[in-house]
Design a protein around this ligand. Structure first.
Ligand code: ADE
Length: 290
């Protein structure tokens, strides 16, 4: 997977992506990234200007179309994805040439999530455009951008941090990037559930004990406990995810007790029975660990 990041602050990207797991993955060749300085493509050779005032008035400066477009075309040239011309953000630019996806990181985009990370991880090349100042001239966005993506409903000073957040989440899904131990970890958002609580040595810290079941050596019971804890945690912290999980994993109807056909109200309360079980389990474990 090759990441190409169009930015006014390439050193920020280079430093941010060169350490830890991503730095190792780059050294080993599983991922590669280039931070491309948009300023290098300014038509203003003297001042290397890339921004200007907004038509119609308003505070702040706007990033101009031309340097971004030239920067983008230089990337396409380098990766061999450019035909004679590149008009519009259509996916295919010529016979057999698939145009890479271009992600504009913006608070106006769709909010990034694990599913999007998995989708992007299937690409060979991804181009990110990091905005600054008050934004980017709309015309170049129309011309090159395929995906508008945000990392959440808040506004940052620039697109570099959001781009790095996305690149991190995408990279760890690229085969080889995580080693066996790292990738074997059960993770939050797999199956729409958050990760269960985890404990390491010592067995007791500040009067708090590791839940006894984790010391039992009974792997089946440990797995059941972890699933239950994941469910409880998700319901408490992320009710939205819990509802999603519940709709994907509807409670199984109880087999034995059914002597007669249940009315619709009774079927509804079936869900509550399942919920109650989780609540009971929660109370149990809380007592356990106190
Ligand atoms: N640029 C500024 N704020 C942003 C956000 N929340 N997500 C993506 N890009 C941004």
């Amino acid at each position: 997977m090759n990441f190409h990041i169009m930015t006014l602050f390439p050193e920020m990207i280079e430093q941010g992506l060169s350490t830890s797991i991503l730095g190792r993955a780059k050294e080993k060749g599983y991922i590669d990234f280039e931070a491309v300085n948009i300023r290098d493509y300014s038509a203003d050779l003297k001042h290397r200007k890339v921004d200007d005032y907004t038509y119609g008035g308003g505070a702040g400066m706007l990033m101009q179309a031309q340097p971004i477009y030239d920067c983008f075309n230089a990337i396409l040239d380098r990766i061999g994805k450019k035909e004679s011309s590149c008009d519009g953000a259509d996916e295919n630019i010529g016979l057999g040439v698939k145009r890479p996806r271009v992600i504009y990181v913006t608070p106006q985009g769709a909010v990034f999530n694990q599913q999007m990370a998995a989708d992007f991880a299937g690409e060979d090349d991804l181009i990110f455009l990091c905005g600054h100042y008050e934004g980017v001239d709309e015309r170049v966005l129309e011309e090159i951008v395929t995906d508008y993506v945000s990392i959440g409903d808040y506004v940052l000073t620039g697109g570099e941090l959001p781009a790095m957040v996305m690149i991190d989440a995408i990279s760890r899904l690229v085969p080889g990037v995580l080693n066996n131990d790292e990738s074997a970890m059960t993770e939050s958002f797999n199956n729409s559930l958050l990760e269960y609580p985890q404990y390491s040595r010592p067995e007791e810290w500040m009067g708090k004990k590791v839940p006894a079941i984790l010391l039992s050596g009974d792997h089946k019971k440990v797995d059941e406990w972890r699933l239950e804890q994941s469910i409880i945690r998700t319901r408490e912290r992320r009710p939205d995810l819990y509802e999603k999980w519940l709709s994907e994993n509807p409670p199984k109807p109880e087999k034995k007790k059914r002597r007669r056909k249940k009315s619709s109200t009774e079927t509804e309360s079936n869900t509550n029975t399942e919920t109650k079980t989780y609540t009971e389990a929660k109370t149990d474990t809380e007592t356990d660990s106190n």
